[in-house]
Design a protein around this ligand. Structure first.
Ligand code: SF4
Length: 65
């Protein structure tokens, strides 16, 4: 599973970084960054939940086939 934040959509609201600091951190430009682009299996469900939580739809997940 690949995790990405679109910097053009992210507003830096911090919902993801507060909900899941294991996967998201805020950059110095107030845009969220992913901690692991390749999400370890134990964090994949949390990645999906946090993606759904982003009200700006800035978080994208690419599931492995
Ligand atoms: S929840 Fe979405 S808009 Fe808010 S900081 Fe995270 S990626 Fe950016």
């Amino acid at each position: 599973m690949k995790l990405k934040v679109d910097p053009d959509l992210c507003t830096g609201c911090e919902d993801c970084t507060q909900a899941c600091p294991s996967l998201f951190k805020l950059g110095p430009d107030w845009i969220a960054r992913v901690v692991h682009e390749d999400v370890p299996p134990e964090l994949q469900e949390e990645a999906r939940t946090t993606r759904d939580l982003c009200q700006f739809e800035a978080i994208f997940i690419e599931e492995e086939p």
